[in-house]
Write a protein that binds this ligand. Sequence first.
Ligand code: ATP
Length: 470
Amino acid sequence: MNTPKLEDIVSLCKRRGFMYQGSEVYGGLAGTWDYGPLGVQLKRNIVNLWWKMFVEDRDDMYGIDAAILMNQKVWQASGHTETFTDPLVECSNCKGRFRADKIDANKCPTCGKEDTFDNPSQFNMMFKTIVGPKFQSWTRKVPGGLEGEVYFKNQYGERETVWKIEDADNELGGMMVYDSNAVSYLRPETAQGIFTNFKNVVDSFYPDLPFGLAQQGKAFRNEISPRDFVFRSREFEQMEIEYFVHPDKWEEAFEVWRKAVWEWCKALGLPETSVHELEVPEEDRAHYSKRTIDFEFDFPIGREELLGLAYRTDFDLGNIQRASGRNMEYRPKDGGEPFVPHVIEPSFGLERTVMAVLTAAYCEDEVNGEKRTYLRLPEHLAPVKYAVSPLLKNKPELVEKAREVYAALKKKYGNVMWDDNGNIGKRYRRQDEIGTPYCITIDFQTLEDSTITLRNRDTTEQTRVEISSL
Ligand code: ATP
């Protein structure tokens, strides 16, 4: 694979309506991206493929869709409120803030001065929010600052409401006062929505072990330095699977999922030589993991993590059991001893998948002495399957026939585009750029023998075929 430049992909995405910077008209919001008409279709095609491969086509998998806002106890039990942090450093010269493990510790990347960083502080990456209208207010700052909790007692002298006072570092120079029970977080991973529903699904479906739960949806992380297009965003999507196994069987299941991940990469059209396994050493693994393989991809920004495969032991179900007091054991159907299952977790990031698919598909060549850019997307991922054009748009009989073909294909395939802008050569180039596998042109011969010109995106070859064979 010839790795394209990142700016070429970003500019194609913007020009052709795949992705735009979030809130662009107002100058943007760092770490957020909006999907345009073609981007949303590409993303949806990827999600649908994932759901089909890992949920619909299997009988050991169940899908769920949990709420993004969850009880704060979820994040206390999982360790996220304590440990979901990145090391933050501030430059004493220019006040720039950086993730300590991603920079050269001696020299500020913004102002270039050396030895301006203090010891890193731990920055929690969860977006905190207050649920409900109760008790949220801003007050004037108390000189010297004030932090802590205030208790209100009811008529029985019991502590009823706890307000939390936070010395918020905001532009109002104020403090934030809120009911500490109303705190929630935008979920930083979809996994916890799966673990908290483990018992629900077991009770409703009595699945045989091993079995898995799958979820796709938004995740939010207040990344210190969002960068590299959608690669490190503050709002993104994950597609996660928690696969529950007997503790003795985790190694076997890990190997099976490792192969399944390779199958997935193949289905995305990623060249095998551009995907690399990285066995993550113990000191770099998340605290809950006994083994992790990062699947890295040769992105335009270098070799970086595309997805992760982790053995999470019984860490999460064990925590939930302790914190909620609810039993999380699986009761074997053969009457064996109940146990808390262990978990293998393949965790796929959707934005990084979109970026990898675009990287692998981006091609440049020369056609009739002219440079051509095209996306060699696998047919099942292409946002537009067919583009239909009349050869000339001022000939009503051609337009009418083309509309007829367009309507029939659209009914059958859905994602079919009508394109009568500019001359036929321009239309082909435009469709090449968005990865449309086939262009169909209706000309005068069509009116006589019901054949059309079918043009292939990759070879640019044109063949005459019967309309009925499409
Ligand atoms: P990194 O080390 O790059 O920060 P991570 O190891 O924290 O990533 P995980 O917690 O394992 O990531 O999340 C699983 C997947 O979610 C990642 O493999 C990636 O595809 C995706 N992901 C994580 N953080 C982001 C982000 N900020 N923007 C886009 N995708 C992300």
